[in-house]
Design a protein around this ligand. Structure first.
Ligand code: NDP
Length: 400
């Protein structure tokens, strides 16, 4: 029995992970679950799966969780606070850890799992974007196995030569091609995009995801973060990671080899496929996903992304080339701007404006330690917060 911890179990990836695990009770056992403040859903999951330990970062919500579990006679231990995530990541009973917390909040537990030599199933792309060199160094030192959950990176991993490991440049590869759905505003004009609401931004045509990644998909920042993620995972420079828009989200990414061969991974757009792949690797297990019907799909279209209407992608490409602390700043400014947008305090196009301003102002430099990362992250959050504050009146008038 393989012991699994799911961090971010109440979110979209977390729930999909538990769904796949439930299909293979002879193979996997849930040891730990964690989230931020959704006590009701975590209590439900804990009562159904009876893990050894559960944790909520928010202390009040953790008390509510403990009360719910005690009332139901559960013996699951309840932890509170961000440190609990790192504690879970190091538990001896945890063989595999699903890192599915959204944003920078997932960084420390992801690093802890890598340090502890776990099989790390990485959905939390922000931790690679922020601390790619540190995370990959931990993985190398501890011998942890890092398997990507992002459908694009999982697809690339599946198309690499047998024996490839994260952090090593794969032999014979000329470039990788990351596919992008183009998001809900793919064919919208500049003027229409300028008035986009959070509900419209979260209505993704092909995927059902959390709100933050949905907005990232609408701005194409998600593809920019994935570009940076791919550079670290496959040890490639940004010039060897191309982005191509593919509206159907059937081809999840491709690898081009020096002999001209291009290998692609195809499946229905359902995160349970990459989750099942990483859970079972190198074997295969069922995922509960509808099988692909190519005759029904009929067409696979591709085109170049438009960085004019989606400037966040260009900002991320520039940060990938600059390297060092710039991806940290990009990620932090993006997190602040996206949450301001979701709260109705910022217009959609101002997400890119805020990020650009913060990058111009923030301290640049190399990443030598986690402290460098955390300092750059908090400076960028402060600068972005100031800009979002200044833009508030503009946002209100646009929604009026
Ligand atoms: P959701 O918003 O659906 O879920 C986020 C999860 O993180 C929730 O369980 C939430 O807990 C938890 N969380 C948030 N903040 C904290 C915190 N401070 N401490 C502990 N837990 C926290 O996000 P998704 O599942 O969509 O995305 C998760 C990650 O996976 C992201 O990095 C995303 O980019 C990546 N990803 C997602 C894909 C998808 O299809 N959804 C595809 C590829 C990658 P609570 O519910 O209590 O708030």
């Amino acid at each position: 029995m393989i012991g699994i911890a799911v961090l971010g179990s109440t979110g979209s990836i977390g729930v999909n992970t538990l769904d796949v695990i439930a299909q293979h009770p002879e193979r996997f056992r849930v040891v730990a679950l964690a989230a931020n403040r959704n006590a009701a859903r975590l209590a439900e999951q804990a009562l159904a799966l009876r893990p050894q330990v559960v944790a909520l970062c928010d202390a009040t919500a953790a008390r509510e969780l403990a009360a719910r579990l005690a009332a139901a006679g559960s013996s699951t231990r309840v932890l509170a606070g961000p440190e609990a995530l790192e504690e879970i990541a190091q538990l001896a009973e945890v063989d595999y850890l699903m890192a599915a917390i959204v944003g920078a909040a997932g960084l420390r537990s992801t690093l802890a799992a890598a340090r502890a030599g776990k099989r790390l199933l990485l959905a939390n792309k922000e931790s690679l974007v922020m601390a790619g060199p540190l995370l990959m160094a931990q993985v190398r030192t501890s011998g942890a196995l890092l398997l990507p959950i992002d459908s694009e990176h999982n697809a690339i991993f599946q198309c690499l030569p047998h024996g490839s490991r994260a952090g090593e440049t794969p032999a014979g590869v000329r470039r990788v091609l990351l596919t992008a759905s183009g998001g809900p505003f793919f064919d919208w004009t500049h003027e229409r995009i300028a008035k986009a609401t959070p509900e419209q931004a979260c209505a993704h045509p092909n995927w059902v995801m959390g709100r933050k990644i949905s907005v990232d998909s609408a701005t194409l920042m998600n593809k920019g973060l994935e570009l940076i993620e791919a550079c670290f995972l496959f040890s490639l420079p940004p010039q060897r990671v191309d982005i191509i828009v593919h509206r159907q989200s059937i081809v999840h990414s491709m690898v081009e080899y020096v002999d001209g061969s291009v290998l692609a991974q195809l499946s229905s757009p359902d995160m349970r496929t990459p989750i099942a792949h990483a859970l079972a690797w190198p074997e295969r297990v069922t995922a509960g996903v509808p099988l692909l019907d190519l005759v029904r799909t009929a067409r696979l279209d591709f085109c170049a992304p438009d960085t004019g209407r989606f400037p966040c992608l260009a900002l991320a490409q520039a940060a990938a080339s600059a390297g060092g602390l710039q991806p940290v700043v990009l990620n932090a400014a993006n997190e602040i701007a996206v949450s301001a947008f979701l709260e109705g305090r910022l217009n959609f196009p101002d997400i890119a404006t805020v990020i650009e301003r913060v990058i111009t102002k923030a301290t640049a430099g190399a990443i030598r330690s986690l402290d460098d990362v955390l300092q750059a992250d908090s400076e960028a959050r402060r600068l972005a917060g100031e800009w979002c504050g200044r833009n508030q009146s503009g946002a209100r008038s646009a929604y009026a």
